[in-house]
Design a protein around this ligand. Structure first.
Ligand SMILES: [Zn+2]
Length: 148
């Protein structure tokens, strides 16, 4: 295992929590307005994401990216988060999918190509941005739908 793996492994083992991956499918949800292409944020099927969804339990350690606050002009909401997880989970996620951890929701912005050469386990980093539009409402709705 190389240095990167060891550091990531330590973070993941210590800090990972049970989270959910909300994976957007290819099918446009019936709530999406034909003219505006906007999804209904109250839709119980797509949670306002506008696509069919698959929900998976994952384990991830989500941390603020170091140095994000160095530039004080930067809006706090544009702070980058990194989700550390094993590749078994990260490979489920693509850009614009959503990760829910506790009462927080994050959009996947990109995946790091950093990965180990070892056979197992493989760790990776998923870059996340806090969901900006009504995150609390989204998370509440998510758990409501999950518990049905
Ligand atoms: Zn919908």
């Amino acid at each position: 295992m190389n240095h990167f793996d060891k550091g990531i492994e330590r973070i993941i083992n210590k800090l990972q929590t049970d989270s959910y991956a909300i994976i957007r499918g290819d099918i446009i949800c019936s709530c999406v307005d034909y003219a505006t292409k906007q999804a209904n944020p109250d839709c119980p099927k797509c949670l306002g994401l506008g696509r069919n969804l698959r929900i998976k339990s994952i384990k991830a350690a989500i941390r603020t990216s170091e140095g994000s606050f160095q530039n004080m002009a930067v809006d706090e909401k544009s702070v980058v988060y990194k989700g550390y997880m094993t590749e078994r989970y990260s490979r489920l996620l693509s850009k614009d999918d959503v990760v829910v951890e506790g009462m927080n929701a994050y959009h996947v912005t990109k995946k790091s190509d950093k990965r180990s050469d070892s056979i197992t386990p493989v760790y990776s980093v998923v870059f996340l941005a806090p969901k900006k539009k009504n995150p609390e409402k989204f998370v509440r709705k998510f758990y409501e739908v999950m518990n049905k």
